[in-house]
Design a protein around this ligand. Sequence first.
Ligand code: NAP
Length: 234
Amino acid sequence: MSNGAVIITGASRGIGRDIAIGLAEAGYDLALVARSADALEQVAASLPGDGTYVAYPGDISNWDDAMRIVKEAHEKFGAIHGLVNNAGVTQDGLFMRMSKENWQLPIDVNLNGTFYFTRAIAPIMMRQRQGRIVNISSVIGLTGNAGQANYAASKAGIIALTKSVAKELGGRGVTANAVAPGFISTDMTADLPEKVQADMLGQIPLKRFGEGKDVAGVVKFLLSPEASYITGQT
Ligand code: NAP
């Protein structure tokens, strides 16, 4: 039997795909979102378990796409247990050289995209009197980082958004939490210079980079019955 349906953005690769694998193993039906339709279909076809996995191609930084996808997923699954706002981008550059366009991209995708999907799902979850929202922030949103002022601001914004939503929706049985991973080996981090990667590794107590499944385990917990009294947390 299904544990309910969960929408995951950025499910075509990286951490989002690993979250999809973890949630499929845990018995959830999944609505998979990203821009690349082919990659999403491949993920949907390869997932374990016997749930229903549906690809919803779209751009999370587009309000109309977000509204359409949430509506279609709601119609398909009848109820939505969880939303995992995972899709995200970096556009690194030193602050003194940062153009308006470079500033804008992570804000549009990471922060606005998280707002759009949360805004679309909120009335549905409030009517259900049940729902779990999990937003993927970053440790950079807590610490800041040279060369990532735009990304850091978007990820700190996600934490503040999460805490506010938790306060407004908690009375209707809806929780909202953020997850702030450190360095996770994916396409996003593969391009960082070796020196930067070595410096980061030196600061990691466990002396290895994280993997998508390390994040997936936390997300799975936050969607589980055991986490029903946790909200507004990072
Ligand atoms: P990734 O491998 O680059 O994957 C990013 C995912 O987001 C892809 O599925 C991509 O699919 C999707 N995406 C990007 N822009 C989108 C848009 N406009 N609309 C819809 N989907 C979009 O990145 P990742 O490392 O897995 O990161 C996943 C999340 O974890 C991000 O929010 C990231 O900030 C966060 N995070 C990552 C790390 C790390 O070290 N990797 C650390 C902390 C936090 P398409 O290209 O097909 O759209």
